[in-house]
Design a protein around this ligand. Structure first.
Ligand SMILES: Nc1nc2c(c(=O)[nH]1)N[C@H]1C(S)=C(S)[C@@H](COP(=O)(O)OP(=O)(O)OC[C@H]3O[C@@H](n4cnc5c(=O)[nH]c(N)nc54)[C@H](O)[C@@H]3O)O[C@H]1N2
Ligand SMILES: Nc1nc2c(c(=O)[nH]1)N[C@H]1C(S)=C(S)[C@@H](COP(=O)(O)OP(=O)(O)OC[C@H]3O[C@@H](n4cnc5c(=O)[nH]c(N)nc54)[C@H](O)[C@@H]3O)O[C@H]1N2
Ligand code: SF4
Ligand SMILES: [Mo]
Length: 725
């Protein structure tokens, strides 16, 4: 038997924002083994199970789209060459553009798109050239409450303290040990989060976690507050109340950078800690203690995950969390250290407030609702309305890039019937998901490991200055193309030359300089484009390429610079926020259902991705409905019993599982499992779509139209005649 050709290569994982460095053994052109690579990684050697699942996907252990597909008249899919599919798509888009203008074309940028650097940038380039305002992403069906807060409160451009510098940390409704979600909105370092929390504790940093579930992260908590879900707005209004009552605020910060302090004082007067304790069902001493620790902190760091951003009152909850942070001056100040100024795109940071933009009140507005852009995007929950609107500017073509919006939106009846009215639906994905199952074309794309990439996605989010380049380490299957080839190829066929630019949030693509002009004739080279993106970096492309384990810059830190001018002001309590607080103060408790269903994530999958991997399926044949064991006993529900979960918007069927980490009265279930509309047998469907319990017409937030994805009132009943052991 011939000995296999073996080599070891360095690369990095692109499944989530952590972008962990890896070392992979290649045997006969196939990835055989993977290890974390600590050569230069800012986390040391670290990798989670999904790093291995990515290799399994490439090795054919999970279903994958291996060519482009076209939907035929009878609803089936036949293989089509990518070039031919792009010809047809470009000619349909050109016709729509000519007949109905740019607004007829929309893109949805899902989580799979975030890690495809060139794909994401050429998508922006194409959208900018088309001139359509219809850019949607998973962010506005996730934590866009944070964007609403930025637009109503303003932004402190100096940013928050690094986890490594903080002395009190407070995290509401996030579980970074599982999700690896960290800065800028949550706390935690993205890679090796447990190590980061352990180090913080060892330094004497106090950690406060607010979560209805005693999460994997809660084991690091010095103070764990376990409320009923959906009460963060009340809890943080009460903390603001206590801080103001005890005069424990950062006066210097508030006087220099904030306005509306007296309006805030009046608006939180009706929220004494005892009210929050009563509504959220937590000891009042815990709220008082949290306020004391925060008020006494020298370098506090506050943040939140999806929990508060998905429950009811999400925009107000997020505003109150950030307002408490402003009251205690939880931002870096001139002279404070910056541990990572960025490597591919280093930047200067000033102590400076940027006044609220209220961008949502400006043009271009949606056609179905009176709301405008947040960070240059329109609300994803309005996609169905923008398709079905009786308006000449309705959406007629939707390009879905690395996402499954039909599953992500919830309310499948409303979303699906809208998507069916599209004249063109394209899914650019390596999997055939539920949206792909309705698409006119599915474009099969490369996976990480099959394309070169740089760590542009997390450049300044690493805890220390670091950058890495990876070449394609294994060849792609013959029928797939890179994401960027789709956008370049469609644009070229439409006669639209694109300009590649280093876009980042907050920038207007058209206004960025410099750019690399790409012709419509000869296909650009990926490495040439990556070289261009590195051209303004602290490390040039050739040096990066010559250091396959990445580069950790020794002198990539800095400090916050003094304000260059008077700057803007943070608006602590604008009138709409005051109105929402007043309404909340006299709200009556919802008593219609027995439980509150909360959102959660699992370690083995990233939303729908890797849900069907062997590791995920072994532990999660379905997305279980997790319940407190005492609630199960009282309700006569057994482990693994099939149950119906019923909300006012619909119902879903799954299997019950005991989880003593959940407080009583709260059940939890992860999303993106099962069929869009369940058959009644969750085992056959591979889980249940929680989106069936949510509504796109009721319980939407103002401004961002975020649906209620957590703290959903539900009843749980044994499914009649169905029992699985
Ligand atoms: N009820 C409820 N609904 C929710 C949530 C919830 O908690 N509860 N969570 C919300 C949140 S936070 C989010 S972010 C959304 C998620 O919404 P989406 O982003 O729409 O869904 P994902 O499942 O993350 O889709 C990622 C897709 O990218 C593909 N992909 C992976 N790598 C690549 C690649 O390199 N190129 C391309 N082209 N595709 C790739 C995957 O195969 C997958 O199909 O759902 C939201 N919806
Ligand atoms: N392994 C894995 N990693 C992921 C993902 C994944 O699916 N799997 N998804 C990625 C995506 S798209 C995102 S957006 C991030 C999300 O990252 P996180 O926000 O950290 O995600 P979760 O683990 O769902 O944490 C949400 C927490 O909020 C709590 N919660 C629910 N409702 C409430 C409430 O009303 N108030 C409070 N205070 N807490 C509440 C839940 O109990 C849960 O512990 O994770 C990313 N990383
Ligand atoms: S934490 Fe896991 S999924 Fe995220 S980059 Fe690292 S190995 Fe990949
Ligand atoms: Mo998300």
């Amino acid at each position: 038997m011939a000995t296999p050709q073996t080599s070891t290569v360095k690369t990095f994982c692109r499944n989530c924002g952590a972008q962990c460095s890896m070392e992979i053994d290649i045997e006969d052109g196939r990835m055989a083994r993977a290890r974390p690579d600590a050569t230069a990684s800012p986390y040391g050697g670290y990798m989670c199970p999904k790093g291995l699942a990515a290799i399994d996907l490439h090795n054919g252990l999970e279903a994958r789209v291996l060519s482009s597909l076209k939907r035929t008249a009878d609803g089936r899919y036949t293989a089509i060459a990518a070039g031919a599919a792009l010809d047809e798509i470009a000619s349909k888009l050109s016709l729509l553009l000519e007949k109905h203008g740019p607004r007829s074309i929309a893109v949805y940028h899902g989580t799979g798109a975030y890690r495809s650097v060139l794909g994401g940038l050429l998508e922006r380039a194409w959208v900018s050239e088309l001139g359509t305002p219809n850019f949607f992403s998973s962010m506005t069906i996730d934590q866009s409450a944070k964007w609403v807060t930025a637009a109503r409160l303003g932004i402190m451009a100096s940013g928050k303290h690094a986890m490594r510098d903080a002395d009190v940390i407070m995290l509401a409704g996030g579980n970074p040990i599982v999700s690896h979600q960290g800065v800028p909105y949550a706390v935690s370092e993205t890679g090796a989060p447990a190590k980061a929390f352990e180090a913080a504790r060892a330094r004497g940093c106090k950690i406060i976690i607010v979560d209805p579930r005693r999460t994997e992260t809660a084991r690091f908590a010095d103070l764990f507050i376990q409320p009923l879900p959906g009460h963060d707005a009340v809890i943080f209004a009460a903390i603001a109340h206590a801080l103001l009552r005890d005069d424990r605020i950062d006066h210097a910060f508030c006087e220099r950078w904030c306005i509306q302090l007296e309006a805030l004082r009046a608006a939180v007067a009706p929220f004494p800690p005892c009210l929050a304790a009563d509504r959220a069902d937590v000891p009042v001493e815990q709220i008082e203690l949290a306020a004391q620790w925060l008020g006494n902190a020298a370098r506090p760091l506050m943040g939140s995950g999806t929990g508060p951003s998905m429950a009811d009152h999400s925009n107000l909850a997020d505003h109150m969390i950030e307002t408490v942070n402003a009251l205690i001056g939880g931002y870096r100040r001139a002279g404070d250290p910056i541990r990572n100024v960025g490597t591919l795109r280093p930047k200067q940071t000033f102590e400076l407030a940027v006044s609220p933009s209220r961008s949502f009140a400006s043009e271009p507005k949606c056609v179905s609702q009176d709301t405008g852009p947040l960070m240059g995007e329109l609300p994803t929950a309005l996609i169905p309305g923008e398709i079905t609107a009786d308006h000449p500017d309705r959406i007629r073509a939707l390009i879905v890039f690395g996402g499954d919006p039909l599953m992500a939106l919830g309310d499948p009846a409303v979303a699906k019937s809208a998507f069916e009215q599209l004249e063109l639906l394209v899914s650019l994905d390596c999997r055939q998901n539920e949206t792909g199952g309705l698409a006119d074309y599915v474009i099969g794309t490369t996976q990480q490991f099959e394309r070169p990439e740089i760590t542009a996605g997390g450049d300044s989010m690493y805890p220390l200055p670091f950058a890495q380049y990876t070449p394609a380490i294994v060849p792609p299957p013959p029928g797939v193309i890179d994401d960027w080839e789709f956008f370049w190829g469609v644009a070229a066929r439409m006669g639209i030359p694109l300009t590649l630019k280093y876009w980042q949030y907050g920038l207007n693509y058209a206004e960025i300089a410099p750019g690399m002009t790409l012709g419509v004739g000869e296909k650009p080279d990926a490495d040439d484009m990556l070289r261009f993106l590195c051209s303004q970096g602290a490390v040039d492309f050739d040096t990066l390429r010559a250091n396959p384990g990445g580069i950790r810059r020794e002198n990539g830190g800095g400090e916050v610079l003094a304000p260059p001018g008077d700057g803007g002001r943070l608006e602590l309590c604008p009138s709409d926020v005051a109105g929402e607080l007043a309404a909340l103060a006299c709200a009556t408790p919802e008593t219609s259902h027995r439980y509150r269903l909360t959102c959660r994530r699992i370690a083995e999958a990233v939303n729908s991705a890797f849900r069907d991997s062997a590791r995920a399926r072994k532990r999660h044949p379905v997305n279980y409905l997790f319940m407190n064991p005492d609630d199960m006993r009282v309700d006569g529900i057994d482990e693994n019993q099939m149950v119906d979960i019923i909300s006012s918007a619909g119902s879903a069927r799954s299997l019950a599982r005991a989880d003593d980490r959940l407080r009583r009265g709260v059940v939890s279930m992860t999303h993106m499992f099962g069929k869009l509309i369940g058959s009644g047998d969750p085992l056959l469907d591979g889980g249940a779509n929680v989106g069936q319990l949510t509504s796109l017409t009721h319980d939407l937030q103002p401004i961002n139209f975020m649906p209620r994805f957590s703290a959903i009132p539900v009843d749980v009943r044994p499914a009649i005649g169905a029992r699985h052991e």
